[in-house]
Write a protein that binds this ligand. Structure first.
Ligand code: KIV
Ligand code: ZN
Length: 538
């Protein structure tokens, strides 16, 4: 008896940890990647593209860890990316082979532009490279995906030839990327439909899965992906919050909620547990330091907010007047409990658990102390406040330094001065430094720099208030870069009632991430660990 194939099922291939991590500034530590992979598994994605193992030994190790710890028999397929070269493919296999369901994803640019300017090979030579690389990948792994990169600008006849060859050599998934976000929805739907119809050995019933991977350069990624699905693709490649190269990739939450909200129209479904969407979005945003724009579909802060009087009136009468999906369906729960200064640990724990955070023991004590402090200053503590506290408390698991205390003096007299006390988490030592800066935040950052000794340039600093009112929590996001030559950048997030403290936390989170990813031990400050030094004004 043959297994029943569900033709209406769309497989969700999440590439947050590969294409998403290629976003400027989204560099993650391997512990953060593992945590995100675990959350993606809870979200119910079918395939996790865990990274690009040949990129560096750290990338390989991160993919191996995800393969072993998340790639269980009932978990998702764990996939690694490899250029169409032997070394990449073999390294990729080393990365994914311990997963219960491993996949190798190999790719080659097939447009004339890529052949001429990037690889400098002819179409014939490209076919030869594809033959060798897909054959090698298939000899190692039973599940092989091939992508003709820049398919959106590849000659359609050549694309058919390429896809047919990849299938002949053992590819089980054909992923068709619009690498530069060039195509339009109607055109893309037709391209996918005709590829499926015209590629020998890859039509319906062949067992080959067709996939789409659309970039967002013209803001059309979601529309193009849905058009590709309508054209017959049954795998969609996406990232959380749509992060990815340049203007990003297709966002998981948009495609999944479109298929669910308009299920009568599409007659298709995914296995995503949509109630995990908000939590996954926040986790990725916190770890990558990439803020979600407030008006972002599905996960933006305003996605379920109603401002105009007539809209508020309608929503109060019946939410369906202005809401096409419920906040609950994406995991945005509304509190029935009002938390304030009289609320106890139990109520806080219950609320956090409703929001999807199971916080216990010491961690709960820490959050409770922060909650009490906030509740003393604010009448009610909102869900947004709790989310900010959680994000602030539980950042990167590999932090080298933690902030013990910071004190600033500033005002109209000039010479803003800050003293920072940091704790070295592996040696247990404490370092104190005082510095003068151009303003209080600059002085704090100088004091932190003097202790951590990890040179960097601050390339972005933003501060927001979590809720309205003078007593609101302030949240700060920063992005730093190791040097002008190193294109990588590292994000950090901090929240506190005092924006200077939030600024230091955010900066330290980014510095910790940079130190962890770059393998810098963070040179030990000179002097004994009690008081390290004072930087005097020039
Ligand atoms: O955008 C692209 O073409 C890619 C491929 C590696 C699939 O990310
Ligand atoms: Zn891509």
């Amino acid at each position: 008896m043959s297994a029943q194939i569900d033709h209406n099922r769309v497989f969700v291939f999440d590439t947050t940890l590969r294409d998403g991590e290629q976003s400027p500034g989204a560099t993650l530590t391997s512990a953060e990647k593992l945590e995100i992979a675990r959350q993606l598994a809870r979200l119910g994605v079918d395939i996790i593209e865990a990274g690009f193992p040949a990129a560096s030994p750290d990338d390989l190790a991160a993919v191996q860890r995800i393969a072993r710890e998340v790639g269980t028999a009932d978990g998702p397929v764990i996939c690694g990316l490899a250029r169409a070269v032997e070394r990449d493919i073999r390294t990729c296999w080393e990365g994914v082979k311990d997963a219960a369901k491993p996949r190798i994803h190999t790719f080659l640019g097939t447009s004339d532009i890529h052949l001429k300017y990037q690889t400098g090979i002819t179409r014939e030579q490209a076919l030869d490279v594809i033959r060798k690389s897909v054959t090698l990948a298939r000899s190692l792994c039973p599940d092989v995906e091939f992508s003709p990169m820049d398919a959106g600008r590849t000659d359609p006849q050549f694309l058919v030839e390429v896809c047919a060859l990849a299938v002949e050599c053992g590819a089980t998934t054909l992923n068709i990327p619009d690498t530069v976000g060039y195509v339009t929805p109607a055109e893309w739907g037709e391209t996918i439909a005709s590829l499926i119809a015209e590629t020998p050995g890859a039509g319906p019933g062949s067992g080959v899965v067709w996939s789409v991977h659309c970039h967002n350069d013209l803001g059309l990624a979601t529309a193009n992906s849905l058009a590709g699905i309508m054209g017959g693709a049954r795998q969609v490649e996406v990232t959380i919050n749509g992060i990815g190269e340049r203007a990003g990739n297709t966002s998981l939450e948009e495609v999944v909620m479109a298929l669910q909200t308009r299920s009568k129209y599409y007659d298709l479904h995914t296995q995503i547990n949509t109630r995990e969407i908000m939590k996954t979005s926040r986790l990725v945003s916190n770890y990558t330091g990439m803020n979600v724009q407030p008006n972002k579909a599905v996960v933006g802060a305003n996605a379920f907010a109603h401002e105009a009087g007539i809209h508020q009136d309608g929503v109060l009468k019946n939410a369906s007047t202005y809401e096409i999906m419920t906040p609950d369906s994406v995991g945005l729960t509304q509190s029935r409990l009002v938390l304030g200064k009289h609320s106890g640990r139990h109520a806080l724990k219950a609320r956090l658990s409703e929001l999807g955070y199971n916080v216990e023991g010491d961690a709960l004590n820490q959050v409770f102390a922060r909650f009490k402090d906030l509740a003393d200053a604010k009448k009610t503590v909102t869900d947004a406040d709790l989310e900010a506290l959680i994000a602030d408390e539980f950042h990167g698991p590999e932090d080298l330094y933690s902030l013990e205390a910071v004190q600033v003096t500033c005002g109209t007299m000039g010479m803003p001065t800050a003293t920072a006390r940091l704790h070295h988490t592996s040696t247990g030592e404490t370092f104190v430094y005082a510095a003068v800066g151009t303003g209080p935040v600059d002085a704090c950052y100088k004091a932190v720099d003097a202790i951590v000794k990890a040179p960097n340039t601050l390339i972005e600093y933003s501060v927001h208030s979590v809720t309205e009112g003078i007593d609101a929590l302030g949240e700060v996001t920063v992005r730093i870069s190791p040097s002008a030559d190193d294109k990588r950048s590292f994000g950090g997030y901090g929240a506190d009632r005092d924006v200077v403290v939030a600024s230091v936390k955010a900066y330290l989170a980014a510095v910790n991430r940079m130190v962890a990813v770059m393998g810098l031990a963070g040179q030990k400050p000179e002097g004994d660990s009690a008081t390290v030094g004072v930087q005097h004004a020039e």
